[in-house]
Design a protein around this ligand. Sequence first.
Ligand SMILES: [Zn+2]
Ligand SMILES: [Zn+2]
Length: 100
Amino acid sequence: MKYCCEQMKSRANHKCEHHADAFECPDHLIKYSEKFDEYGIIIHDGGTSSITIEFCPWCGSKLPESKRDQWFDKLENLGYDDPFEQEIPKKYKSSEWYRA
Ligand SMILES: [Zn+2]
Ligand SMILES: [Zn+2]
């Protein structure tokens, strides 16, 4: 995994001994979703929302374009119309489906 800058790297990999879940930790700002190849800023409203970002807030680099739509399209073609609730093929749970 290659990050655009050290800031992004350390933010995206933030580990906290007090909070197992990134969404519960106020210090955890960036969430990288491997399966969507998508960076988001976590909104700490008690839920699991995040805002997808296109540029790195620290160095300004263009971030990869989210593959979220393709992910849904591919799975729909395979017959999964509700992939968050269904048991989907393993490769769709990581970056494997678009790297292959
Ligand atoms: Zn924390
Ligand atoms: Zn950066």
